[in-house]
Ligand binder design. Structure first.
Ligand SMILES: O=C(CO)[C@H](O)[C@H](O)COP(=O)(O)O
Length: 262
């Protein structure tokens, strides 16, 4: 990549850079998916290479696995790790209770399994992801391909019975074909505008036959590290509120800015 980073990339980078401070030698670390998580993987790779940090990473997608290997992180499966010390991942939205919408990149299933199997989940996000109420970002749900149109109709009926206002459900596409997840499934995006009761919706969605998992992460995230375009970074802890605000120098890691396609 040449030239200046955009403010949004600076925000993502400083959040990632601050979050890797939580990583200690010997940890088993869940590695999230998406452009913000990719910054985190690159930062960890730099620490492995330059500081001799020893960690084992459990990636949440084939994309992240490839990047982790490329930057020199030892990659293991979740079954090998069994339990993780920490997961660092991005999000599409977070609210004041640190509940999330995830799955914009289509990796929500592995992301939820990995985050749930971790002592701590840290989300890294630019400040634009912060919302008062979840739902402006379309809620992704992963469904098995068999009978997906029936599953979609059942989800729509369920939304009506729950009096959810926005009920437009769309199949995510990849060009002319349905998007296929790492698990061989499809994604339905629920355009809800506003999710009144995210906890209830999450539970009810997972009861529809054909739905594998939904992108609501309720009571899973412990810390959100929020990045700003001017280099400010805030750490918000579910127990302690905003615990730290400072400014990072995003020019210091220029070597990380090469080959950025994610
Ligand atoms: O949930 C995700 C992938 O399934 C991502 O973490 C989420 O979409 C945020 O992505 P980005 O950091 O590129 O904005």
């Amino acid at each position: 990549m040449t030239g200046e980073l955009s403010p949004i990339d600076k925000a993502k980078f400083v959040a990632a850079k601050r979050a890797v401070d939580f990583v200690e030698d010997g940890m088993r670390v869940g590695l999230g998916t998406g452009s913000t998580a990719a910054w985190m993987v690159r930062c960890l790779g730099e620490m492995v290479r330059d500081d001799g940090l020893k960690i084992r990473g459990v990636p949440t997608s084939t994309r992240t696995a490839a990047l982790a290997r490329e930057v020199g992180i030892e990659v293991i499966s979740l079954d090998e790790a069994r339990w993780l010390d920490l997961t660092i991942d991005g999000a599409d939205e977070f609210d004041g209770d640190l509940n999330l919408i995830k799955g914009g990149g289509g990796a929500l299933l592995q992301e939820k399994i990995v985050a749930t199997a971790s002592d701590q989940m840290i989300v890294i996000a630019d400040v634009g992801k912060e919302v008062e109420t979840l739902g402006a970002f379309p809620l992704p749900i992963e469904v098995i391909p068999f009978g997906w149109q029936t599953t979609k109709a059942l989800v729509e009926e369920m939304l009506i019975s729950m009096d959810v206002l926005g009920r437009n459900v769309t199949l995510r596409m990849n060009g002319d074909a349905p998007f296929v997840t790492d698990e061989g499934n499809h994604i339905l995006d629920l355009h809800l505008n506003r999710i009144g009761n995210a906890r209830q919706l999450s539970m009810v969605l997972n009861q529809v036959p054909g739905v594998v998992e939904n992108g609501l992460f309720i009571d899973i995230c412990d810390v959100v590290v929020v990045g700003y375009g001017d280099g400010r970074v805030e750490t918000r802890d579910i127990n302690e509120g905003t615990v730290q605000t400072d400014r990072l120098d995003f020019v210091e890691s220029e070597n990380l800015f090469a080959d950025l396609d994610d």
